[in-house]
Write a protein that binds this ligand. Structure first.
Ligand SMILES: Nc1ncnc2c1ncn2[C@@H]1O[C@H](COP(=O)(O)O)[C@@H](OP(=O)(O)O)[C@H]1O
Ligand SMILES: [Mg+2]
Length: 250
């Protein structure tokens, strides 16, 4: 593979190529269910880690599917990848799954791409588009298998419609694409689930933060990052206040 000098170009190329690999695997391997999910995770991961080792040998790496080491902690530039986000949905033949490739620089999610292979889309930090205006009745995307009670409570308080969807990347990109207005999650996630989606959402001018309003900081020793909010800037203060209220009640 020739060297791709531009980091965003590389992220987008890798996310798209890994997505194409696993999409083809789903169509042709004959594997189903858990076996298909595992094979997709492993195939995409092998492709991505080999390509990154070749393309960016000096950078750090954090992948959902590779054993984590301390090596990344001393690096300024760290690639944070989720080879298949929404593995369950991928293995069920659905379209709500994603490939995440991000580059965090000094902990900030600044560069990246999210591929939605089943929709033939790649969203990237260097090509933000204008997001269409929100409807009067807001739409909140939540996990289809484990929607956070806090998110459901906030949707109720806002009078928002709940849209269950798999994959953190697919949900974040639903907001980026103007198909939803709020993605709120509490109760558990890891850095790879949100780094690329948050980078893309921020590049599109959306609000991104932890649910206490603090910034999302990546490449930490403990990669557990249990909550996040991605939404239009004009809704952020209200949503954060409602999360706070819901936390106080429980
Ligand atoms: N409570 C929780 N604890 C840990 N990970 C969680 C979680 N809820 C969601 N996730 C992870 O976040 C991603 C999106 O989840 P969901 O589709 O439920 O919104 C999934 O990533 P993977 O598919 O990469 O494992 C899932 O594993
Ligand atoms: Mg994931």
């Amino acid at each position: 593979m020739t060297i791709i000098a531009d980091d965003t170009e590389l992220a987008a190329y890798l996310a798209k190529a890994a997505g194409a690999l696993v999409l083809e695997m789903r169509d042709t391997s004959g594997l189903v269910a858990k076996e298909l999910g595992n094979a997709g995770d492993q195939t995409a991961n092998q492709f991505l880690i080999r390509a990154l080792a070749e393309q960016r040998p000096d950078d750090g790496l954090l992948s959902e599917e590779s054993k984590d080491t301390d090596a990344r902690l001393s690096k300024s530039r760290v690639w944070i990848i989720d080879p298949v986000d929404g593995t369950r949905e991928y293995s069920e033949g659905r379209s709500d799954w994603a490939v995440h490739v991000a580059l965090a620089i000094d902990g900030a999610p600044v560069i990246g791409a999210v591929a939605l292979p089943a929709l033939d889309l790649v969203l990237r930090t260097d090509q933000p588009a204008i997001i269409p205006p929100a409807p009067v009745k807001l739409r909140m995307v939540v996990s289809r298998t484990r929607p956070a009670p806090e998110a459901v409570a906030v949707a109720e308080a806002l009078g928002a419609e709940l849209i269950p969807m798999g994959s953190a990347g697919a949900k974040a990109m639903a907001v980026v694409r103007g198909e939803a207005d709020i993605y709120l999650h509490t109760g558990g996630q890891y850095e790879w689930d949100s780094c690329a989606p948050v980078a893309v959402a921020a590049a599109y001018g959306l609000h991104v933060s932890r649910v206490d309003g603090s910034p999302l900081v990546y490449n930490q020793r403990d990669v557990y990052m249990p909550d996040l909010l991605i939404c239009r800037k004009e809704h952020a203060a209200h949503v954060l206040a409602l999360v706070q209220l819901s936390a106080e009640k429980n």
